[in-house]
Design a protein. Structure first.
Length: 430
């Protein structure tokens, strides 16, 4: 059943791409999973299951067409980014007045259709500039969560310098920093650390599990963590955080059931869940990068290990290089730039980053105490100083790779992976 589920998910993914007619390395890399599988099933059954997945994927994408979206009179705000608010009906709201997720808006302003590719990929096809529309304040769970988040933001702003507060809010709340700071972290190759990622969530959960394991039954801890993760993801309200939350929660869920967790099923299971909700997720570059990073980490690392000395094979160096090299062709194709300095800086920072992250979480309630404030300011500014130094070097590759070259590169990566006769049957345990 595990392998049949995998084949169905892969077919569903192919169906989405057939509909959108969009090139993506994800489709190619999916076949790495397929060719790397050791199970042997009836070939006709596999073809039948894959065809069902392809048809359903194609149909799900077609239901999402712009023409099928009915313009509602009332919408609910689901997430926010400064004065830009996303609703549950494919409509974005732009308002100078503060709106919280969970608030309802009775639309009385002109609704404008947008052909902005970035917004369309996120499932947003209409924009409303709020002037005469009525905002009805929400009183539900989502609304309260975001008011708590705003209080945390205010607390951080009051107790740290501007730059430090921008960085800390990025690290623990996933809040986008100002353009200047974002550009520095982008050039240094550390922008991924200002996102509440799967790495951060897994780390935090791992600490809690080990702390409470001698006092509380493990399954009870895991159930609590699943609830906590979704509460946290709701507060962050970013697609990257939701993806991380889904992945970590699925791992915990299967452990509660006592079943092994296969990476291939986790990856495609997340894709299935997210694209059933919103097919346009598959067009999001950050979504594609997340999937590729996971594949590089759990598959390509066994290729990289062969080129490293024995004493480095169990180090974090393998994981960093595997992800960076595996992402390189995709990044060059989409952005024509790759920060080489990021590889070196990640090698310096990542081994110490877990301790830094946990300390920031635990010290947050005491941030108004002077000694804690001084320590936090020093740590964050040191982190920022390193990013600025490496960003100033501006070491990177600037080159455009044609689509056909990218295809051949990833096919070669596939060959290197499946050539490994000792390819393990991946299971991700906590």
């Amino acid at each position: 059943m595990s392998f049949l589920f995998f084949v169905f998910c892969l077919g569903f993914l192919i169906g989405l791409f057939f509909y959108f007619k969009v090139f993506s390395v994800i489709l190619i890399i999916s076949f790495i999973l397929f060719f790397a599988i050791k199970e042997k099933e009836n070939f006709l059954i596999l073809i039948f299951i894959a065809l069902i997945g392809i048809i359903l994927g194609f149909l799900r994408a077609s239901i999402n067409k712009v023409e099928n979206i009915k313009i509602p009179k009332v919408v609910s705000v689901s997430s926010s980014n400064n004065s830009f608010y996303i609703t549950d009906k494919g409509i974005a709201i732009i308002s100078k007045e503060k709106i919280y997720p969970g608030d309802k808006i009775i639309l009385r302003d002109e609704i404008q259709k947008t052909n902005d590719e970035f917004l369309n990929k996120k499932g947003i096809y209409y924009v409303v500039f709020l002037k005469n529309s009525e905002i009805i304040s929400g009183s539900g769970f989502l609304n309260k969560i975001f008011k708590i988040k705003e209080k945390i933001n205010k607390f951080i702003d009051e107790n740290l310098s501007f730059d430090s507060s921008q960085i800390l809010k990025g690290i623990i709340l996933g809040q986008k920093p100002i353009e200047e700071i974002e550009e520095i972290f982008k050039k240094s190759g550390l922008l991924h650390l200002l996102v509440v990622s799967g790495q951060n969530l897994t780390l935090f959960c791992y600490i809690l599990i080990n702390f409470f394991k001698n006092f509380i039954n493990r399954k009870i801890i895991l159930i609590f963590l699943i609830l906590f993760i979704f509460l946290f993801a709701t507060m962050i309200s970013e697609s990257a955080t939701w993806r991380a939350a889904l992945m970590v929660s699925l791992i915990f869920f299967f452990e509660i059931l006592g079943r092994p967790v296969l990476i291939r099923n986790i990856i495609l299971g997340i894709i299935l869940i997210l694209t059933l909700i919103k097919p346009n997720f598959i067009l999001d570059l950050s979504f594609q990068l997340s999937i590729l990073a996971i594949l590089g980490l759990f598959y390509f690392r066994y290729v990289i290990e062969k080129f490293l000395p024995k004493n480095l094979k169990d180090s974090i160096l393998v994981e960093i290089l595997a992800v960076q090299i595996f992402l390189l062709p995709f990044l060059l194709y989409n952005f024509s730039y790759f920060p080489l300095s990021g590889i070196f800086l990640n090698l310096i920072i990542l081994p110490f980053y877990p301790v830094f992250f946990i300390y920031q979480i635990l010290s947050l309630p005491f941030l108004n105490f002077l000694p804690i404030k001084i320590i936090n300011e020093f740590l964050i500014q040191s982190f920022y100083f390193l990013a600025k130094i490496f960003a100033s070097f501006n070491l990177g590759i600037e080159i455009f790779i044609p689509k056909i070259f990218v295809i051949f590169i990833y096919l070669y990566f596939t060959f290197l992976i499946i050539k490994n006769k000792n390819l393990p049957d991946f299971a991700w345990t906590v």
